[in-house]
Ligand binder design. Structure first.
Ligand code: AMP
Ligand code: ZN
Ligand code: ZN
Length: 335
C-alpha cells in the first residue's frame, strides 16, 4: 500500500525527495510524480469508459469530502485536454453544521479549480431536509440520504443532458461494496460495480467512477498535497461500525502482506462484470408515472417516499425547480 516514506529517499523518476512509496508499483514518488501517477490512473479509466470523447458532458457529484475533491480535481484537469465539459454539482442535504461546512468547501474547491458549480438545496426545493424526511418516514438517515442523492443527481443530469454523473467512489469503496454484495450473494448489485454504467435515454444518466483504481489513501494524499479544500470529519449520521469499514480494514491488512492484491481484485472484478450481468439478467426498467424518471415499478422511490410524507409525490416539483435553477444559470435553454 502507499505510505509516507522516511526522508532522504529519492523519487524513482527524478532527483527530488520522495513523499510516498507505492509498494504495488515498486515506486517512490515525489509530490509532482505522485500527482502524475494518480492522474494517469484516472485518465486510463476515463479512456476505457469512452468518457473522453470531445463534446461529452460530465456532471461531477461533489460532496465536500476528500474523494470527490480528488475526483473533481483530476477529472477537470484531464477533461480540459479533451474538450470535455465538467459541471460540479453539490446537493445541500440539510444535515446541520456538516452540510454548512460541506457547502463552503465545495464552493471554494470549484472556484479554485475554475469549474462551474451548481448547488441545490433540498429544503428549498421540497420543504424538507434529509434529516426531516428520515424522521418522518422512520427510516435511517443514511438510507434516505442515498435515495435523495441518487434521485437529485439523476434529475440534474437528465435536465442538463449529461452523458455521465461522476462519483467519488474509490477502489477501497468498490472493493468493500462488492465483497458485501458477495456476502449476501447479491449478483444484481455486484454486476453494477464497474467503472461506468450506461445511460437510458431521457430517464437515467450513466454513472462514472474516475477513482475506480485509486486507493483511498492515495485519494486522501492527492487532496492533501494539492491543498484541496475538504471537510475532514465524517458525516455525524454515519453508522458506528459499518460492515464496509471492517472489510476495508481487512483488505488493507492483506495489502500490507501482498502489495497489489486490492488492485488485482478490482481489475478482475471488472473483467467478470459481463459474466455477472448475464447471471443477473435484465432489470425491469420503466418510467415513474409522476416524474417520468427511471423506476423499477410504476412509481419511483423518491415519489413514493415524498407522497407518504407530504401527501403528494414531489418528483415533478423537484424537476421543475431544477429546470428553473439551470435555466437561470444559463446551463440549459428555457423551453
Ligand atoms: P456517499 O454516498 O456519501 O458514499 O457518496 C458517494 C458519492 O456521492 C460521493 O463520492 C460524491 O461523488 C457523491 N455525493 C455525496 N454527497 C453528495 C452531495 N451532498 N452532493 C453531491 N454529490 C454528493
Ligand atoms: Zn519525482
Ligand atoms: Zn418519480
Amino acid at each position: 500500500m502507499s505510505q509516507r516514506v522516511a526522508v532522504n529517499r529519492k523519487c524513482s523518476k527524478c532527483d527530488r525527495q520522495a513523499i510516498v512509496e507505492i509498494k504495488y508499483a515498486r515506486l517512490r514518488l515525489c509530490e509532482e510524480h505522485f500527482k502524475e501517477f494518480i492522474e494517469s490512473k484516472v485518465e486510463r479509466i476515463l479512456r476505457k469508459t469512452n468518457a473522453l470523447r470531445k463534446g461529452t458532458i460530465i456532471v461531477a457529484a461533489v460532496s465536500g469530502g476528500k474523494d470527490s475533491a480528488t475526483m473533481l480535481a483530476t477529472l477537470s484537469k484531464i477533461a480540459k485536454q479533451y474538450g470535455v465539459t465538467v459541471v460540479g454539482v453539490h446537493i445541500i442535504l440539510g444535515l446541520r453544521e456538516y452540510s454548512e461546512k460541506s457547502l463552503s468547501k465545495v464552493t471554494n474547491l470549484c472556484k479554485e479549480l475554475g469549474v462551474s458549480c451548481i448547488t441545490v438545496d433540498l429544503k428549498e426545493l421540497i420543504g424538507f431536509t434529509v434529516y426531516e424526511l428520515a424522521r418522518r418516514s422512520r427510516r435511517p438517515v443514511c438510507s434516505i440520504c442515498g435515495l435523495v442523492k441518487r434521485y437529485m443527481l439523476n434529475a440534474i443530469g437528465v435536465e442538463i443532458g449529461a452523458d455521465y454523473i461522476a462519483l467519488g467512489h474509490n477502489a477501497d469503496d468498490i472493493i468493500a461494496y462488492s465483497i458485501k454484495s458477495f456476502l449476501s450473494h447479491d449478483i444484481e448489485a455486484l454486476a453494477k460495480f464497474g467503472p461506468s454504467t450506461p445511460s437510458i435515454d431521457g430517464i437515467a444518466v450513466g454513472r462514472l467512477r474516475p477513482l475506480y483504481e485509486v486507493y483511498e489513501k492515495e485519494a486522501l494524499l492527492y487532496a492533501l498535497v494539492s491543498k484541496l479544500p475538504v471537510v475532514i470529519e465524517e458525516c455525524p449520521f454515519r453508522p458506528e461500525r459499518p460492515i464496509e469499514d471492517r472489510i476495508k480494514e481487512f483488505m488493507n491488512k492483506l495489502e500490507e502482506e501482498h502489495p497489489g492484491i486490492k488492485l488485482s481484485f478490482i481489475r478482475r472484478l471488472e473483467k467478470r462484470l459481463e459474466f455477472y450481468k448475464r447471471i443477473a439478467g435484465d432489470e425491469p426498467v420503466g418510467k415513474c408515472k409522476y416524474c417520468g424518471l427511471i423506476s423499477a415499478g410504476s412509481e419511483c422511490s423518491f415519489c413514493r417516499l415524498t407522497r407518504r410524507i407530504a401527501g403528494k409525490p414531489l418528483g415533478p416539483v423537484v424537476r421543475e425547480k431544477i429546470r428553473k435553477i439551470l435555466t437561470d444559470q444559463g446551463l440549459i435553454r428555457s423551453q
